[in-house]
Design a protein around this ligand. Structure first.
Ligand SMILES: Cc1cc2nc3c(=O)[nH]c(=O)nc-3n(C[C@H](O)[C@H](O)[C@H](O)COP(=O)(O)OP(=O)(O)OC[C@H]3O[C@@H](n4cnc5c(N)ncnc54)[C@H](O)[C@@H]3O)c2cc1C
Length: 424
């Protein structure tokens, strides 16, 4: 079969062939090392770059393009809002990837992908040729998803769904709320990054307000009828923050929301309210570079589940939040697991090394209050159609305090493990 890079390819047969018969790849630079360019140095991108460099023993030339010098993890950024972590403790740099793994780390922003000439261009004016390209740019927001809000208003009404300065801004706004003031959140529709994330955030905001501003109130306008770990969150909100949090689901107008960032008002189903903080988390889509590369279909980038290769181009891989792969949630744990699978596949294609079936799993932890952690997790198998969920577990309401504390401590161990797996 001849593959046209601009055409979406079938999944099963092509993927199975790639797995069973890896071939030694002729690099496009005439006998030099094969070149992999990775766009995005987060959960998916940093991991795939590190594993490619580490496991190929220098046989592959790896370039990682990432604009920021410090990557702040979204995971645990809610704990920063709640006062359980410092910002520094969730910031990570790329020095070890460059010095110990020989990765060419380029702090620049990718603005173009030409799949015919197999090159990436950056805002800094550089061009990087590739044999394989990996896209792991996370998410962007859908324009007009929340009427009245645009990225231009993110300083008045922060999303804080990309961590760093947005997290700092939201924290400062929460801490300077007037006594008895109102914090509003516009929650996103499915699918979105980190299903329990908005609700863990509410728990952390309530934790801060309970101590600093106990008469403040929290409003959540939500387009979804139900949300991840809902029973656990609702139980905790009643237990720790009674009367403080009002959740307005779609049956009560939570889907019919607009905002006015100049007036600092939110309109929920025709009722306009002045608020002091408005945390707008709009509907999401794949990181913009995926659209530029022409690998999206709708809002996300479909991939062959066994390889994470784009269905539009076998030499382009899409990891993490941007990819449409099946049942795995958009989570750092998931992006990291997909990255390791893709690194093995890419290495197999470029160097002829063996490729084994991957085991995939994911756990999302949430902190409800001090030492009260809960989790939801699942295991997955790769089928021809999708990455399919095979089993799962979730913390139970009413668990005792020791178990909840142990779950929180488990999440701290996971954090240390994943960031060292990403950044070395
Ligand atoms: C509040 C919150 C809590 C969360 N908690 C958890 C949790 O407990 N557990 C969990 O597993 N996950 C959690 N997540 C989700 C997790 O952060 C994401 O799913 C994960 O980071 C996705 O990885 P990624 O590689 O797709 O994107 P990211 O990690 O976001 O990395 C994308 C990178 O690409 C870069 N980039 C984008 N465009 C370009 C471009 N054009 N050129 C170059 N670079 C570019 C960005 O600067 C960024 O560094 C949470 C998310 C949030 C918002």
């Amino acid at each position: 079969m001849t593959l046209d890079r601009r055409t979406f390819i079938g999944t099963g047969a092509a993927a199975a062939a790639a797995l069973s018969a890896p071939k030694v790849y002729a690099a496009s630079n005439g006998g030099g090392k094969p070149r992999v360019v990775v766009i995005g140095g987060g959960s998916g991108g940093a991991t795939v770059a590190r594993y490619l460099a580490k496991d190929s023993d220098g046989a592959i030339d790896v370039t990682l393009i990432e604009p920021t010098r410090v990557y702040y993890t979204c995971f645990f950024s809610n704990l920063y809002l709640g006062g359980f972590r410092t910002l520094e403790s969730i910031g990570h740099t790329y020095g070890t990837l460059a010095s110990e793994y020989g990765i060419n780390v380029v702090h620049d922003y990718a603005v173009g992908v030409d799949r015919d000439t197999m090159t990436v261009t950056t805002a800094g004016g550089h061009t990087f040729p590739y044999d394989k390209l990996v896209l792991s740019p996370g998410i962007d927001f859908i324009d007009g998803a929340v009427p009245g809000w645009s990225v231009a208003s993110q300083n008045a009404m922060p999303h804080a769904y990309k961590a760093g300065s947005q997290s700092e801004l939201l924290k400062a706004q929460i801490e300077s709320m007037p006594e008895g003031g109102t914090y509003a959140m516009v929650a996103p529709p499915n699918p979105y990054r980190c299903p329990p994330g908005p609700y863990e955030r509410i728990s952390m905001v309530a934790h801060v307000l309970k101590h600093k501003n106990p008469t403040a109130k929290i409003l959540i306008a939500d387009p979804k009828k139900k949300f991840s770990k809902q029973g656990l969150f609702m139980e905790a909100w009643n237990k720790y923050y009674p009367g403080m949090i009002e959740w307005i689901g779609p049956d009560f107008g939570g889907k019919n929301v607009s905002v006015d960032p100049d007036a600092m008002t939110i309109d929920i189903d025709g009722t306009v309210e002045k608020v002091d903080v408005c945390n707008v988390i709009p509907a999401m889509k794949a990181g913009r570079i995926c659209e530029i590369a022409g690998v999206t279909k709708g809002n996300w980038a479909p991939v062959v589940p066994r390889t994470m290769a784009s269905k539009a181009d076998p030499n382009v891989y899409v990891l993490g939040d941007s990819s449409a792969q099946g049942d795995m949630p958009k989570a750092g744990f998931a992006a990291n697991a997909q990255a390791k699978m893709a690194a093995m596949v890419i290495r197999g294609e470029l160097t002829g090394s063996r490729v084994f079936p991957a085991k995939l799993s994911n756990i999302c932890w949430s902190l409800l209050a001090e030492n009260d952690g809960v989790k939801v997790g699942a295991s997955f198998e790769v089928t021809d159609e999708k990455i399919a969920k095979t089993g799962g577990f979730v913390s139970k309401p009413g668990e005792d305090a020791d178990l909840r504390k142990a779950t929180y401590e488990e999440s701290i161990g996971w954090y240390e493990g994943i960031v060292s797996d990403m950044f070395g």
